[in-house]
Write a protein that binds this ligand. Sequence first.
Ligand SMILES: [Fe+2]
Length: 281
Amino acid sequence: MKRLKENMLKEKEEGRKKGKLKIKKGKEMKEMTVLQKTGLAYYDAHHPHHNRPLWKNFLKLVRKKKPDVFVFGGDNMNFDAIDHWMKEKKRERKMEGKRILAEYTEFKKDMLDPLEKALPKDCRKIWLNGNHEDWVELAIDKERGGEGYWEIENNLHLKERGWEVYKYGEYAKVGKVYFIHGQYTNQAHAKKTVNVYEKNVVYGHVHSPQTYAKITPVENEPHTGMSLPCGCEMNPDFMRNRPHSWVNGFLVFYFTKKIFSLFPVISIFDGKFIAPSGKRY
Ligand SMILES: [Fe+2]
C-alpha cells in the first residue's frame, strides 16, 4: 500500500514535469474529459422505413450522452420515389403517389430536425451518402428535368445546417477510425473491408454486425473492421418477406487521438435497448 502511494506520487511528479497533469484534482479530471471524446453512429435508417420505436429511444440516448461526434452513416433515406429496382420490375402500384420532394419534407420532420435539436451545438456532424442517396444522382442522369430540384443539398441544406457531407464511397476520419457507408456484401465482408482499406474501418450497408482484426507484423499496427446493425424496419415493404440476417442497433464509441473503443448496441426488442452505461431505454 505504501509502495503504491509512493509510485502514484512519483507518477504525478513526473507528469507535472511533462505538463500533462494539473496539480489540483478537479483540473486533472477536466483535462481527462477534454482528451477523451464520445461519438454515436446510426446507419441504414432507410427513412420512412426506419424503426420508429428505436429512433425515439435512440434520441433519448443522444440527449443523455451529448456526443462530440455524430455519424449518420448512409442509406439515411430510402428514396422510394426513385427506386430503380421497382421501376425496372414495373411494380407501378408500389410507386404510385411517391414524390421525392415530399420524402425530403417527411425525413426532415421525422429524423433530421429532432436529431439536430437533440445534438449539442458544437457536435461534429458527419453525413455519409449511402448507395440509396446515390440513387438521386442516377435518377437525375436518367431524367434531366430533376436537375436543380432533386439534389439532397438543394432540399436538406446539410452544409448550411453544419454537416460535413461525404459522397458515396468517401470516408470520414474520427481519431484513428475511418467511417464509410460500406460496399462489400460477401460473407466475410469485414475481412474484405480490412484487407482493402488497411485501416480501422466502421461501416454499415449489410445491416448486420460483423468484426475482423488484422495485426500487421510492422510495429504491431492493428487494422480492425466492424460492420454495424441497422436502424430500419426488419421487414420493410421492399423486402417482400425475403429472408435476411439484419439486426437493429447502432454504435456508441469513445476515442482520443491515439486510442478508441467501439460498443455496438443491439436492439431486438421493439426498439428497446440497454446502453453500454447500463441504462435502459
Ligand atoms: Fe442499407
